[in-house]
Design a protein around this ligand. Structure first.
Ligand code: SF4
Length: 406
């Protein structure tokens, strides 16, 4: 089988699960198109650039192999794929594992006895051995006006706490030293199930964000929380950072700071006073690293609203920041809400935003020079004159921060 995995860490986890299932059914993963009997392309449909990349990847797989199955976020819009690539063998939506496996079986029947190809209990991972993404829920119950993920991936469906913990424990036994918790809205974990009671290692928990963080923290490896929204109940996680386990790191996609833009974006927790919240977190944990992403050029964004964002950024002093220029994804409610911001203005705002964010980030990072920090070594590379250089990450650097430099 050939496998092309595109998109965010949540899609990566879908790929890992699919490959695990394929391996346990006796399929081998081929290193290239030519040696594969069939290729699966796991697509992304988040923004137009991602959709283009997915369509191009499907075209490339068809050109070099010819037998292609498509799955993932863009698969929720099969007509879009089939219009451009009518020769694909089948299209399924995101996290439709069983349907992908059925399609594989139909086009490439199971090769041999699966007991000859046993997979390790932690499954097949596409990440290095020492860290792993842990997906705690599928889908999302929010309705952010710029996002079509809920229509692609469905409503929030949290995994039972015991199941998440069993997976986390298997990963730790297999050598994972850092768990990266992901979902579309991590702080909403368990709300769809109404927070049922759970038991794990003789301890009682509720199936909710804070209890899951506590249980993961007890594994005594690094637990890094991604896609957390600034709801009041998130305050409690700061206390968990006292003990080694939950890292003093929060990835919070704020997206904007102007109350009127956030309202138009229909962001979760948009009415919260985020600056006050950040200040109180930092007072408790001065070493807290905050990472976030933003959108500039949202329909109707005025210069005054953008200035408000810049001012907020100056006050918030975020450590790591990424920024998207608004892109009108087909089907997003925001496209109809207000006049689009002209491209050159969006470009200019992007530049001004990144200049400011970069300066803040550089200043904050410079404070670490001369400090001794615990690190996880990602790679050992060759340096000058036959020396070897170890590249590590501190608690304040997620793997993606190092790769993207945000
Ligand atoms: S929280 Fe908003 S941006 Fe994130 S997946 Fe849900 S609807 Fe989309």
């Amino acid at each position: 089988m050939g496998f092309v995995s595109l998109g965010c860490p949540k899609a990566l986890v879908d790929s890992e699960r699919l490959i695990t299932q394929l391996r346990s059914r006796g399929y081998q993963i081929a290193p290239g198109y030519e040696s594969a009997d069939l290729v699966i392309v796991n697509t992304c449909g988040f923004i137009d650039a991602a959709i283009d990349e997915s369509l191009q990847a499907i075209g490339e797989a068809l050109q070099h192999n010819g037998r292609v199955l498509v799955t993932g976020c863009l698969g929720a819009q099969p007509q879009r794929i089939l219009e451009r690539h009518p020769k694909v063998l089948g299209v399924t939506g995101p996290h439709a594992y069983e349907r992908v496996l059925e399609a594989v079986n139909e086009h490439l029947p199971r090769p041999h006895d699966p007991f000859l190809d046993l997979v390790p209990p932690q499954g097949i991972r596409l990440t290095p051995k020492h860290y792993a993404y842990l997906k705690i829920a599928e889908g999302c119950n929010n309705r952010c006006s710029f996002c079509i993920i809920p229509s692609l991936r469905g409503r929030l469906a949290s995994r039972p706490l015991e199941e998440v913990m069993r997976e986390a424990e298997a990963l730790v036994h297999a050598g994972v030293r850092e768990l990266l918790v992901i979902s579309q809205d991590t702080s909403a974990y368990g709300s769809d199930l109404r927070y049922p009671a759970a038991r794990w290692r003789d301890q009682s928990y509720q199936t909710r964000f804070i209890d899951l963080a506590r249980a993961l923290g007890s594994l005594k490896v690094w637990t890094r929380l991604h896609y957390v929204y600034p709801y009041p109940h998130v305050d409690a996680v700061i206390e968990l950072m006292e003990e080694r386990g939950v890292l003093p790191y929060l990835d919070i996609p704020f997206q904007h700071a102007s109350a009127s833009v956030l309202k138009r974006m229909r962001r979760p927790a948009h009415a919260e006073n985020t600056l006050r919240r950040i200040q109180s977190w930092r007072a408790q944990r001065p070493d807290l690293t905050l990472r976030s992403s933003f959108i500039v050029g949202f329909p109707g964004e005025t210069e005054a609203e953008f200035e408000e964002l810049l001012e907020w950024l100056g006050e918030a002093q975020l450590d790591r920041v990424g920024c998207f220029k608004y892109s009108p994804v087909e089907g997003a409610a925001a496209n109809e809400m207000a006049a689009p911001v002209p491209e050159e203005i969006t470009e200019d705002r992007y530049r001004r935003f990144m200049e400011k964010a970069g300066a803040i980030s550089a200043e904050r990072l410079s404070r670490r020079v001369g400090q001794r920090c615990e690190v996880l070594i990602d790679t050992i590379e060759s340096g000058v004159a036959n020396s070897r250089v170890a590249i590590g990450r501190t608690m304040g650097d997620a793997p993606e921060d190092r790769k993207s430099g945000v």
